[in-house]
Design a protein around this ligand. Structure first.
Ligand code: MSP
Length: 643
């Protein structure tokens, strides 16, 4: 069987119901799937749920349900959410399925036989909420770096020899620049691996839930080890002879928090150990945040995908188009490098601007003018080169964005066509041409219909129903092949058009209260300007002595015994240095990794709590003296000077 393009999303924990953060990754992967299908490829999309682990067992216990009944119920809410967003997944894997347990045990056995797994004593801390083992140095006040409770674990367990894969991993990253994306996150992985990988504990004592270790029923396989195997299990591996038509995966999609430690290191090392090919691309996007906190159930700031859809049904969209509005918003807001603030209000603004104004108007104006001036028929006339060129440029930018997995950029291409078209209509003023009886009218109106048709075709991967609704009004069949987009022959003169019916009604925007700006949730409070003392004037030459530089945080950990201090490793261009910053009360160390900050780079080193600090971060204070980090408003070259 020929190799299919195989795309995956993370499998989602079933301790909470789906929100727009989960929907984001799955919809983005679906947009990619539909795009490649339009390009004639055979694409397979996998999503699913992660149902083993202590966290799930405890969630079931809290809900007062038997674990299996509990996971069955919550898993269904993910199925419904993705169905409700018209996600064309081809398989939905659940880690409580037999095929998954079998593949996980098989891989465990294979790695143990090959000498990559050994038995040892684990004595240390475990964070149930994040299902991770936590280093002694990372535990502060009984909490993990994520701020979760930790438990002492002292068990004999199985370990995976991850440390032995360090060099092979680095060589693989080096030889395959598209393996880890985007680049910024890939560099974080490289520095993480270069610091030295520790072996990973891959079993837990059996709590009566999970996949037993082969030949050792006293223990279950560590939930992250089994979760990663889902991608392989879904291909039919190890039994089904056809698994190679899917494996290796072309793209593993996820967000940043499960990239470095799991998908970019542990997973490829597991595959290397088993002699299996590695996925082609592992890509991690940023987070949807609300205020400044990650959208998450525990913070109570979730937007459910269904709420988004319902809001647009209430605003007058058909249900199918409302689903597309949600899909468009998720894809358009994809936080590729940085995090993105996601709220109903932000969606409404983008909806009004892109879909209601640009695209909706382009469709309405083109159709109604064709009726008014040309009897509702595509007139004779040449489609203007200038517009053909714009359409082809938009199509190329769609292709380029998709090749780089910049789905948020790709979905702007059809809107760009609509913008160009609206401007074209304003400049060419068909109403004036009609009044003057100009022979150019036919060419202008046919050009308009052509551009609308191309915009509809290009928006199909993200908004399939809206594309169909637009094409229905044009009474033209959907373009089934990518090559047809931009072909003027697809709008033949003489073709009778349908009536214009608004597809995207405008919505009223209600402002939502924003959450107070701090990484750790704090009660919302009106910000008032904290007092700044009197300032003395300074010669420019004195200011110029301060070397301010853009730096990137690549490592962050709390300093034991201090509530305020965190130890950071930052890169300043080629250079790496250690900085101690008093920001622990406002930021979780883990949330700092990957951020760009501004530092004073030429301060004399100082020692804080026994740790040397080779620089200072710039931050403002809020009214309570809580630090607010300064961050470039978009990615700046690392090490660049600030003036
Ligand atoms: N079960 C693990 C993944 C195992 S994959 C082998 C897990 N599950 S999760 O339910 O926590 O889902 C995490 C994923 O959901 C993220 O990596 C991301 O794809 C998506 N998101 C969840 N919340 C999100 C945001 N607020 N913003 C962006 N993505 C979000 O981790």
């Amino acid at each position: 069987m020929p190799k299919r393009r195989y795309l995956t999303t993370p499998i989602y924990y079933v301790n909470a119901v789906p929100h727009c953060g989960h929907a984001l990754t799955t919809v983005v992967a679906d947009v990619e799937k539909r795009y490649w299908q339009l390009r004639g490829e055979d694409v397979w999309l996998l999503t699913g749920t992660d149902e083993n682990g202590l966290k799930i067992l405890e969630a079931a216990q809290t809900a007062g349900e038997a674990p299996q009944a509990f996971v069955d119920r919550i898993s269904q809410t993910f199925v419904r959410a993705f169905d409700g967003l018209d996600v064309g997944y081809d398989d939905f894997i659940r880690t409580t399925e037999e095929r998954h347990a079998k593949a996980s045990q098989h891989l465990f056995q294979l790695l143990r036989d090959a000498g990559h797994i050994y038995l040892d004593k684990y004595e240390g801390w475990y964070d149930v909420s994040a299902e991770t083992f936590v280093k002694e140095s990372e535990v502060v006040d009984g909490k993990s770096p994520d701020g979760n409770e930790v438990r002492r674990v002292s068990e004999e367990n199985w370990f995976f020899r991850l440390s032995a894969f360090q060099d092979r991993l680095l060589a693989h990253y080096e030889a395959n620049p598209d393996f880890l994306m985007p680049d910024g996150r890939a560099s974080e992985v490289v520095s993480f691996v270069k610091q030295g990988l520790r072996d990973v504990c891959i079993s837990r004592s059996n709590p009566g839930w999970g996949i037993p270790v082969p030949g050792d029923p006293e223990r279950v396989i560590y939930v992250w080890f089994d979760a990663l195997v889902n991608y392989l299990a879904a291909t039919g591996w190890p039994d089904d002879a056809g698994w190679e038509s899917l494996w290796p995966a072309d793209v593993h999609w996820m967000a940043k928090e499960i990239f470095t430690r799991f998908h970019a290191t542990l997973w490829p090392a597991m595959l290397m150990g088993a002699g299996l090919p590695l996925p082609k691309t592992v890509i991690a996007h940023g987070w949807f945040v609300f205020g400044d906190s990650k959208m998450s159930k525990s913070l109570g700031n979730v937007v459910a995908p269904q709420d988004l859809v319902d809001a647009y049904v209430a605003a007058g969209c058909t249900r199918e188009v409302a689903v597309d509005v949600a899909r468009y918003a998720l894809a358009r807001f994809l936080p590729y490098e940085n995090d993105t603030n996601f709220s109903m209000e932000a969606v409404a603004r983008t909806y009004n601007a892109d879909l209601a104004n640009d695209l909706g108007n382009a469709l309405n104006r083109s159709l109604s003018m064709a009726h008014k001036f040309c009897d509702g028929v595509v007139p004779e006339g040449q489609v203007e080169d200038e517009i053909v060129a714009s359409v082809m440029a938009a199509k190329r930018s769609f292709e380029a964005a998709m090749a780089a997995h910049r789905v948020h950029k790709a979905v702007e291409a059809p809107i760009e066509i609509a913008r160009v078209l609206n401007k074209y209509i304003d400049t060419r003023a068909p109403w004036t041409l009609a009044k003057a009886g100009s022979p150019e009218l036919g060419s202008v109106v046919r050009t308009m219909i052509f551009a609308v048709r191309c915009a509809a075709a290009l928006i199909r991967p993200v908004c399939p129903a809206a594309a169909t609704a637009m094409e229905a009004q044009l009474r033209l069949p959907a373009l089934s092949r990518w090559e047809e987009i931009g072909d003027v022959a697809t709008v033949p003169a003489g073709h009778a058009l349908g009536e214009a019916v608004p597809v995207f009604p405008r919505v009223e925007i209600e402002a939502q209260p924003a959450q107070a700006a701090s990484e750790k949730p704090r009660p919302a409070k009106q910000a008032s300007a904290p007092k700044a003392g009197p300032v003395e004037q300074l010669e420019f030459a004195d200011f110029a002595k301060v070397a301010l530089r853009v730096a990137r945080i690549i490592e962050a950990e709390s300093i034991q015994g201090s509530e305020k201090l965190v130890r950071l490793e930052v890169t300043v261009g080629e250079e790496q240095r250690q900085i101690v910053a008093g920001i622990a009360k406002a930021y979780n160390p883990e949330d700092l990794i990957g951020r760009q900050v501004v530092i004073v780079a030429n301060l004399k080193p100082a020692r804080l709590m026994g740790t040397e600090s080779q620089g200072m971060l710039l931050a403002a204070d809020d009214e309570d003296g809580t630090p607010i980090l300064l961050q470039p408003h978009r990615e700046a070259p690392d090490g660049t000077s600030v003036h």
